[in-house]
Write a protein that binds this ligand. Sequence first.
Ligand SMILES: C[S@@+](CC[C@H](N)C(=O)[O-])C[C@H]1O[C@@H](n2cnc3c(N)ncnc32)[C@H](O)[C@@H]1O
Ligand code: SF4
Length: 367
Amino acid sequence: MTLLAVGKVLYIAVYNGASISDVIFGPRPRLLRNSDPFMIDPYGRTVNYLRVSVTDRCDLRCIYCMSESMTFLPKPELLTLEELDRLCSAFVDKGVRRLRFTGGEPLVRKDIVGMIKGLSRHIKSGALEEMTLTTNGTQLEKHADALWDAGVRRINVSLDTLDPVRFAEITRRENHGQVMNGIAAAKARGFLIKINMVALRGLNENELSKMVAWCGAREFDLTIIETMPMGDIDGDRTENYLPLSMVRASLARDWTMTDTPERTGGPARYVRVEETGGRIGFITPMTHNFCESCNRVRLTCTGKLYMCLGQTDSADLREPLRNFPGDDRALHAAIDEAISRKPKGHDFLIDRRDNAKVDRHMSVTGG
Ligand SMILES: C[S@@+](CC[C@H](N)C(=O)[O-])C[C@H]1O[C@@H](n2cnc3c(N)ncnc32)[C@H](O)[C@@H]1O
Ligand code: SF4
């Protein structure tokens, strides 16, 4: 009886020109801002950093990230750039201060720099502090100027080796020269650059010290990352797993490293290299619990929100986005609900029985 009455009211209202959202939430102007802009999770952590994987596609096939025969999402499943803009803007409305675009390879998505440029309106308004990018560098030479014009000032470039032959071995592609040109173009344009290097036993472990010197000479920060068990790859990740405790011990033979108290809300712990003045960040998800200060959530190119890199729970934001065009209240409510489910921490585990503990690839959530 009551259900019938509600249905009748809905029908009359929609028949008279109201949208379903008007009926459910009351009439509101387009894209109203939420009155409470801060996202605080159940453990009291403020969430103010959003990482957005704008595509799962990539022009490289790094052996620890994906298999050679990786299956990518059908293109129609991807959110449009307009939808990504609206989602990012909703997060800015809710208190996100930093956006990082990643992938897959973000720069292989057509017109992505245009979208970033559009979002720079939030920097101009003061709502957003910065937009950054994590890239493999293959397309960087082509896009460095446009990215600068779009308001990006800091870029992370993934580079596991300075040796072209080893680069081909790790990425299964021959673009080493292209990446080096991309890094040079970004440096010339004035970007602050951080190099991401995944530490790989038997592949680049002998090059770590050389990379510290190379980065130091160019005033690049360096982040060294442990392999994480995410998604199936052709081989066994344990073969190349190199704990960063060992990396640090081996670097200590060549460099004087002083711990710094810097924290970014992420998994890196930083040291200052006295000889070069540069910084090295160690990302040790496997051997160190970095979750207590986590300030971030991750959005996929299909509109799924992952509240933790190392867990499978997610929230679907595509539905409220598409079902309520021009009205963000359902979207804001879905974001709030997702944040209320942000877990205390991850439980990554790398072992031979359960190599891919989290079955999605890093290219889905962007790392
Ligand atoms: C997934 S990539 C996406 C952005 C871009 N394609 C790149 O490579 O920089 C982001 C970062 O994740 C790292 N990564 C990918 N798979 C990983 C894994 N299984 N364990 C640890 N790091 C991984 C990459 O080395 C890269 O630095
Ligand atoms: S790490 Fe980045 S560049 Fe390498 S395959 Fe994964 S997404 Fe592509």
